[in-house]
Design a protein around this ligand. Structure first.
Ligand code: UDP
Length: 330
């Protein structure tokens, strides 16, 4: 039996128990959407679910997916569920192509069968690889350096063909470095193992165990890598705006989500020291294979197309909210 829900627009969020997915569920609920989460909980957290229906399942399980589309009627899908560790993808590409590509295509098949024709996709700056110039526009060549990035490019390209053949319109949102946490302190970044810089720098401040800076001989002002950090609540807002834009007829597109400003690894360490009042011990190590020196977004298109601009992404706010989240039991 199909459950007809309230007159509000109804959306399926794959990976809604994860870091960016759960922050987006919060923003969707605040914007009045009805939300159902589909998540296998391999990386997601049941405590991030926020009272919406949770279907536990894998994207490769077409039966489970088709049951979801039979039980509920959706206007759109937001697709976050994905493996997302660049290093792991180099060692185990099979996992990335099976889960991100095959799993994603299984989702698209179910959408086509159910007649759901709008999708917002979690893409990544990893689609660009080592850019020729920064800031990076959306028109830059897609030359990923890892199976993770390749899986995102593949899915973006598949989406173009699903539009041509089935009229499925999409917005691929290419995140730069997602960071920070919801100000409520109830949602935040919780990866195991954690590989991301800001949580690791905060951990070093809390434990006194040094963090390793991956290389200090890059062609950047202080020799360490520069990244464009964007607050997860700003990413969440962009998804809500992308959904609205699709409902208003936006054509399939891909948009960068970043701030346009870059910070070095050493600047991040300094910001954490300032916010926490603690010293961050660090060592200088080897470069991490595949790390470009500078990744900064050109983000004018997201502003033009969605009317989006980041409002929580000062480095101070990112680090303060992340610090509050990670030190909540400290
Ligand atoms: N980084 C580092 N030490 C760490 C983890 C990360 O120096 O223990 C650097 C990494 O080389 C990159 C930046 O911090 O330049 C951000 O890395 P992260 O893994 O957070 O995101 P990525 O840019 O790889 O998506």
């Amino acid at each position: 039996m199909r459950r007809e829900r309230s007159s509000a627009s109804s959306v399926l969020v794959t990976g809604g128990a994860g870091y960016i997915g759960s922050h987006t569920v919060k923003a969707l609920l605040e914007a009045g959407y009805d939300v159902v989460v589909f998540d296998d909980l391999s990386r997601g957290h049941p405590e991030f679910i926020q009272g919406v229906p949770l279907v536990i399942g894998e994207l490769s399980d077409e039966r489970a997916l088709s049951d979801v589309f039979t039980e509920w009627k959706f206007d759109a899908v937001l697709h976050f569920a994905s493996e997302s560790l660049v290093g792991e993808s180099m060692r185990n590409p099979d996992k990335y192509f099976r889960r991100n590509v095959a799993g994603g295509i299984s989702l698209l098949s179910s959408m086509v069968r159910a007649g759901v024709k709008k999708i917002v996709f979690s893409s990544s700056a990893a689609v660009y690889g080592d850019p020729e110039s920064v800031p990076i526009p959306e028109t830059a060549p897609l030359r990923p350096l890892s199976p993770y990035g390749e899986s995102k490019v593949f899915f973006e390209r598949a989406l173009l063909w699903y539009d041509k053949a089935y009229g499925l319109r999409s917005v691929s949102l290419r995140y730069f470095n997602a960071a920070g946490a919801d100000p409520s302190g109830r949602l935040g970044e919780e990866h195991d193992p954690e590989t991301h810089l800001i949580p690791l720098v905060i951990r070093a401040a809390l434990t006194g165990e040094p963090i390793t800076v991956f290389g200090d001989d890059y062609p950047t002002p202080d020799g360490t890598c520069v990244r464009d950090y964007i607050h997860v609540s700003d990413l969440a807002e962009a998804h809500v705006l992308a959904l609205k834009a699709l409902s208003e007829g936006l054509e399939t597109t891909a948009l960068n989500l970043g701030t346009g400003a870059g910070f070095s690894v050493l600047e991040i360490i300094k910001a954490v020291e300032e916010v926490s009042g603690k010293k961050v011990p660090y060592l200088i190590g080897e470069r991490r294979p595949g790390d470009p020196a500078i990744l900064v977004a050109q983000c004018a298109r997201a502003r033009e197309v969605l009317g989006w601009s980041p409002s929580h992404s000062s480095l101070r706010e990112i680090v303060e909210t992340a610090w509050r989240w990670h030190s909540r039991e400290g």
